[in-house]
Design a protein around this ligand. Sequence first.
Ligand code: ATP
Ligand code: MG
Ligand code: MG
Ligand code: MG
Length: 350
Amino acid sequence: MKTTLHLLYGGKSAEHKVSLQTALAVTKALNKDKFNVFPLFITEEGQWVRGKQLTGEVESVAQLQLTDKGTSIAPLALTEVNEQTDDKPVIFPLLHGPNGEDGTVQGMLELLNLPYVGNGVLASSAGMDKVIMKQLFAQAGLPQVGYVHFLRSEWEKNDELAYKKVEEELGYPVFVKPANLGSSVGINKAKNREELASAFKEAFDFDRKIIVEQGLENAREIEIGVLGNDEPQCSVLGEIVPKKEFYDYKAKYEDGNTAMIIPAEVDEQTYESVKEMAIKAFKAIDASGLVRADFFLTRDGELYINEVNTMPGFTPYSMFPLLWQHTGVAYPELIERLVQLAKDRHDEKQ
Ligand code: ATP
Ligand code: MG
Ligand code: MG
Ligand code: MG
């Protein structure tokens, strides 16, 4: 029997465009003998549109076009979808960032009692908030760089105090990030007070809460894919080599000149440590389905966890699918595994 798969993409998020690219790639890769695919587009304003077809170029976000205007639906009309078919449809939220990767959509799908790919409510929201995530990682004993965090209201009341705290507790350089985002949107490196002030301002444009982290100089960036529910498995390691100061939005999606090295060249002990830490991180946020865990490896061999992404970049050229391809799980099979994991988790709850 064919599985009905609804691809939820776009989204009211600064990572909207990235999601379009992913949805096209997944549509193209799906085996039409096994899946009936329905695209569900969420506009940048948050309106839900049931479209007929997705077309465009997967390679470049800039070239993407949405050809089909589709029909507007209320999000809760997804339950109608449910009645159209005997087999329970599976929802694949190909959404990154707030309003998609953060547990909000997942909560709605729980209420509708529909199986969906990827992380549940708790893991999604804990993984989206870099401060909460770091607190859970600390509890699990995972090594991390020093950090402080601020609310916009605190900063507005006394910005000098905030900057002093950063300088006293961390020192330069630091990375300033919106607490709830991804794709490096709103992230800046600051090497002095002036840069710090402008980095705060930009990060607060995206979130009411920001995190400021001790900046590592010259560290290698190592990533790993984790796949599964109660017994997660790890992929081989990948390394990102940004040709710029850091792996920013442009380097990720526009310039295309960041090198990805898979498998990453690390010694056996480092590989084992990364795997062990990635599983700990997965469990620390109670993840299911998938995560991509990102690490820093300093030149003296120290390993720090940076973050996990509960819905990592998912085009065939993205790190997570490439890691699994090198581990022996090709892109179409990866999608099928994720759909199966979604069904398993759903069945277990019934
Ligand atoms: P994504 O979800 O797309 O992986 P993100 O928006 O969650 O990205 P981070 O992964 O936290 O952002 O940071 C983006 C990039 O900034 C990192 O890949 C790295 O290049 C650089 N970076 C972030 N934090 C630090 C740090 N503490 N020290 C050195 N470099 C950092
Ligand atoms: Mg992230
Ligand atoms: Mg992300
Ligand atoms: Mg990252």
